[in-house]
Design a protein around this ligand. Structure first.
Ligand code: PLP
Length: 388
């Protein structure tokens, strides 16, 4: 992808969506409506019969949501995409479109915590087992995939940022006849296009970089028409986690600056990761950009990574002293954020789950936002000083 901007034909999609609108608005209008009426009986019959593709009810088809889906499909080199009310709605509808009771899922270890919880609760009750493997160990993945139904990937993984050779893993899944799904929220299609690497379906929490302004919770799945149609026909309408028109409109706004935002997050975060790595108060930095080379298919790094403090640093004092970095979950917007590992480990809900994510008590997760590298580094340095 051209890192300086969106592919040229995305702009024409936005314009196409505006056809029929007399005002030639540069920003597409929102079809903020639950239902669409028919000019006459025959048109209604045609729509119900599927002879014409026309919105009937927003949970099924909404033009603003469709405009976002078409943009995202283009960004992920997919035939089709579906927008959801959250990343978890996209993940659950996607996984449930593939698996049935008795099936087994293989997942890379340290996936996003709520995906892990979905597997460990609802899917477990449906007698669907999940085998976790280190995604960097291709032999272990190959072995685990025998007889599985779905392979669930995330690269790099949440928190500890284990990065995988996504193309090689996708080929293994294909050889075993296993449907592969990847959570691509971290890299975004700017830095990783999993479908071009042979992955079957790609999901996103659009609440993160795709939205990019910390004002939307949304999700999306993209892939080949046959697999998307399977989701569209059952888990999308009946679980009902549909993306709203207003949120789709905000996402279209966000996508316009996605490539330049990603480049800015990348530059700042990599710079700060290197400075942290050289800092005596820091024991370890987990950032794929610090590997000798990025895994094949990953063409850049984003703003989220974690590091581990050496002994003797008071993490509470560090967190309280920060001014630019705010204490908060999520990521992908303008703001820089931290989550201390020791806070996550105190979660009461399913307490022993936290350890499955590879989170240690000395670690801190950072999202490096767009405030500027030097200001952010000063903020970190002063806070580390105060905590030493
Ligand atoms: C936030 C997140 C999700 C879940 O998305 P929601 O929009 O919060 O439902 C899934 N995967 C990753 C990697 C995330 O960071």
């Amino acid at each position: 992808m051209n890192a300086a901007g969106l592919p040229a034909d995305l702009a024409s999609l936005i314009v196409a969506h505006d056809q029929g609108n007399a005002y030639d608005a540069v920003v597409p209008p929102i079809a903020q409506t639950s239902l669409f009426t028919f000019s006459d009986y025959d048109q209604m019959v045609s729509a119900y019969r599927g002879d014409i593709i026309r919105p009937i009810y927003t949970r099924g088809l909404n033009p603003t949501v469709r405009a976002f889906e078409e943009m995202l499909a283009k960004l992920e080199c997919a035939e089709d995409a579906l927008g959801f009310a959250s990343g978890m709605a996209a993940i659950s509808a996607t996984v449930l479109s593939v698996v049935s009771p008795g099936d087994r899922i293989v997942a890379v270890r340290h996936v996003y915590p709520d995906a892990f919880r979905l597997f460990g609760t609802i899917l477990k009750r449906m007698q669907i087992d999940v085998t976790y493997v280190d995604g960097r160990d291709e032999m272990a993945v190959d072995e685990a995939l025998a007889g599985a139904r779905l392979f669930y990937m995330e690269s790099p993984t949440s928190w500890v940022m284990e990065a995988h050779d996504v193309g090689a893993l996708a080929q293994l899944a294909r050889r075993h006849g296993v449907v592969s799904v990847i959570d691509n929220s971290w890299a975004s299609p700017v830095f990783q296009q999993p479908l071009t690497l042979g992955v079957d379906l790609v999901v996103h929490s659009a609440s993160k970089y795709l939205g990019g302004h910390s004002d939307v919770v949304a999700g999306v799945v993209a892939g080949p028409k046959a697999l998307i149609d399977r989701i569209r026909s059952e888990t999308y309408p009946y679980l009902g986690g549909k993306l709203s028109p207003f949120d789709a409109w905000l996402l279209i706004r966000g996508l316009r600056t996605l490539p330049i935002r990603m480049k800015a997050h990348e530059a700042s975060a990599l710079d700060i990761a290197r400075r942290l790595q050289a800092h005596p108060a820091v024991a370890q930095v987990c950032h794929p950009g610090l590997l000798n080379e990025l895994p094949p298919g990953l063409h850049g790094t984003s703003g989220l990574f974690s590091f581990e403090f050496a002994d003797g640093i008071d993490i509470r004092a560090f967190a309280n002293r920060l001014k630019l970095f705010k204490l908060g979950v999520s990521w992908g917007g303008h703001e820089s954020l931290i989550v201390p590992g020791e806070v996550v480990l105190q979660q009461k809900a399913q307490p022993n789950f936290a350890h499955a994510f590879g989170i240690s008590a000395r670690s801190v997760r950072l999202h490096v936002g767009l405030e500027g590298t030097e200001a952010l580094w000063s903020d970190l340095q002063e806070a580390i000083e105060a905590a030493s």
